[in-house]
Design a protein around this ligand. Structure first.
Ligand SMILES: C[S@@+](CC[C@H](N)C(=O)[O-])C[C@H]1O[C@@H](n2cnc3c(N)ncnc32)[C@H](O)[C@@H]1O
Length: 273
């Protein structure tokens, strides 16, 4: 089922559950009764999607591992338990795991069902990025992170989100890492969207219109909204558990098509200017 933006968080688990690098992904998939058919697991396009989402997930981890800010704020976290993993491993840091209310409630239900203890340095909280309150977190420096959000908003709304994040960073200090630097691309070219549900959903939400025409355009858009790039993530291919599966399922032509598609997504860390 893929009708609303909140549904996308659940749908992504299909891909994440096929990796071995994303904490709790299997438990979450089991909880939602997500089990990809064997036939899908033979499909090159499916593994191309798994690799994409694994890379996107690990790109945020890359910045989390180097984090020196006392507080992490994850926006639109969906059903990810990255925060739980981080809070357990870093008891001296605080982690705010946020999303819209229906997702936060469903996530708390899920944690109860899975009987997972929640450490005191992890908070689940409703946060609508369009109404982000700059006083949400006391004056402590922040690392703000997010993946898979900006593409569901047009430029005007994206600009509003950027301004909201800017005012939080202006008050607290810190940086923002977003994996949402996507260029316009043809999703059906190599994807696994056989039943076209993502295609239909993207069309009805004009996602492709919300992507950027070039990385230069993206950089300018963030600059115009008060941000400069502090660093860019470089994929560490040796870390991606799904890569061997992708290579095993691929024909020479499919690999060539994937290469020709080029780089359509990047993760950037921003400071305010
Ligand atoms: C594609 S999912 C990504 C979830 C998670 N980051 C991941 O990668 O698994 C998009 C998420 O954005 C959230 N979202 C949509 N509109 C939002 C808003 N205005 N404020 C905060 N979160 C929002 C949805 O509820 C959903 O969880």
């Amino acid at each position: 089922m893929l009708n609303k933006v909140t549904d996308t968080a659940r749908e992504l688990i299909t891909f994440k559950a096929e990796t071995t690098t994303i904490p709790y992904a299997n438990e979450i998939a089991k909880y939602f009764s997500i089990d990809s058919p064997q036939e899908l697991k033979l499909d090159f396009g499916f593994w191309a999607s798994v690799l994409h989402f694994e890379m996107r997930y690990l790109s945020l981890d890359f910045f989390l591992e180097k984090n020196v800010s006392p507080v992490v704020l994850e926006l639109s976290a969906g059903y990810s338990l990255r925060g739980l993993d981080y809070a357990n491993k870093n008891p001296e840091k605080s982690y705010f795991d946020t999303d819209l209310m229906p997702v936060v409630n469903a996530k708390i239900e899920m944690l109860k069902y899975l009987d997972i203890a929640i450490p005191s340095n992890l908070k689940f909280q409703e946060l609508d990025v369009l109404k982000l309150d700059k006083n949400l977190i006391r004056d402590q420096e922040l690392l703000i992170i997010n993946e898979g959000l900006l593409m569901y908003f047009n430029r005007e709304k994206q600009s509003q989100i950027l301004k909201n994040i800017h005012s939080v960073l202006q008050k607290n200090g810190g940086t923002w890492v977003t994996a949402d630097i996507y260029l316009k691309h043809e999703t059906s070219a190599v994807g696994s969207d056989k039943d076209k549900k993502w295609g239909r959903f993207f069309k009805s939400n004009n996602v492709s219109g919300n992507y950027f025409d070039s990385f230069e355009e993206a950089e300018q858009f963030f600059y115009d909204n008060g941000f400069i790039i502090a660093s860019k993530y470089e994929p560490e291919f040796e870390k991606f558990s799904s890569l061997p599966n992708l290579l095993q399922k691929a024909s020479a032509q499919q690999l060539e098509d994937l290469k020709n598609k080029g780089n359509v997504q990047q993760t950037w860390q921003f400071a305010i200017r």
